[in-house]
Design a protein around this ligand. Structure first.
Ligand SMILES: [Zn+2]
Length: 343
């Protein structure tokens, strides 16, 4: 990475922090490495959160960011749509922090290029209570009346969201500043960081107050000799460890849930899965690094929150289909391509 690129990143990282840091703590807005933010400069660059990094990493100096060329990303989207290039295209990367040759932009980088100067994308639990139920459209109409928003049906995260937006722009002049993604999350974009933050917070507040959704408080895993553990009683709402396997692994509300939990949970200790549901002792044992354990706790809390709130509100959950889950796990590149073509 040359000095000029490094200095562009340094000039913009503070702007990125403005729309990232406020949403870094707990599981309310993002869980594990989920969600992403970006900022564009006037010279055609876009600084975006790096894949695998946390919102809290962006709060530190020079961490977890990638600089890409906005125009190149948009050209890539159009080439993929027209079939000129394959699904896996080369990212027009200019540089990254850390500059170790391994950094990649968030896998959702493409839709960022089509939106305003500042883009904030989260997996807000408040939005996902609604995004993952059959009544979402009517519920948003009630909570967000007077606001300009767009609801996108579930599509695989990444390029398909960008493709959906390109399609939308064929019939509409511009993309509303609030985008709600079914079974996924929310995007807010705009010309200033303060504007994006205030619109985002307005949406969260309206959803919480219209449907009396309480705040999801932060929960930490406890260190134990085997790694980390979570007493069943510490989890959000009324958690039943006997049905946890189905709740966490079987009924998939949003993509990160299955990416995280599929094949990783067992009620038998001998299976040596990263998560062990210790039913006799009523606790979940987590085997892995602190970062992994924290991400697990956030993901479990998010799933619990959505399920509890949906139950309280009498909503009908909508889960991802087996086919959507297979696509997420990359079982077939062909299925992936077909799914994109069909949406
Ligand atoms: Zn996402």
């Amino acid at each position: 990475m040359n000095n000029e690129t490094a200095s562009i990143i340094k000039q913009n990282i503070g702007f990125l922090q403005e729309i990232t840091a406020p949403y870094a703590a707990g599981a309310e807005h993002v869980q594990g490495g989920g969600g992403n933010t970006s900022v564009k400069d006037d010279s055609g660059n876009m600084l975006i959160k790096a894949s695998g990094y946390l919102f809290s990493n962006i709060s530190n100096e020079n961490q977890g960011v990638v600089l890409v060329e906005t125009k190149g990303v948009i050209e890539g989207i159009h080439n993929k749509i027209s079939g000129v290039t394959d699904y896996e295209t080369i990212v027009p990367m200019k540089g990254a922090f850390p500059d170790n040759g391994h950094s990649k932009p968030s896998m959702e980088y493409e839709f960022h290029a089509l939106l305003g100067k500042y883009v904030l994308h989260t997996h807000s639990v408040y939005a996902n209570v609604i995004n993952c139920c059959s009544d979402a459209d009517a519920m948003y109409q009630k909570a967000l009346s007077g606001l300009n928003y767009l609801i996108i049906p579930y599509v695989t995260p990444g390029f398909p969201i960008a493709a959906h937006l390109v399609n939308y722009l064929k019939k509409n002049r511009k993309i509303p500043e609030i985008i709600l993604l079914k079974n996924h999350g929310v995007i807010v974009h705009g010309a200033t960081a303060a504007g994006v933050n205030s619109t985002y917070e307005d949406v969260q507040n309206r959803l919480q107050s219209t449907y009396a959704m309480e705040k999801l408080n932060e929960l930490k895993a406890q260190e134990c000799p085997e790694g980390f553990e979570l007493p069943a009683s510490s989890l959000y709402g009324t958690f039943d460890i006997n049905t946890a396997q189905k709740e966490l692994e079987g009924d998939v509300l949003f993509p990160d849930q299955t990416i995280f939990f599929k094949g990783k949970i067992s009620q038998n200790k001998e299976d040596n899965t990263p998560l062990y549901l210790n039913i006799p002792e009523q606790k979940i044992e987590i085997n892995g690094s602190r970062k992994f354990a924290e991400a697990c706790v956030e993901m479990i809390q998010a799933v619990r929150y959505v399920n509890e709130q949906q139950k309280r509100l009498g909503l009908h959950p909508v889960w991802l289909s087996n086919n959507d889950v297979d696509i997420l796990h990359g079982l077939s590149a062909e299925k992936h391509r077909i799914a994109i073509l069909n949406k």
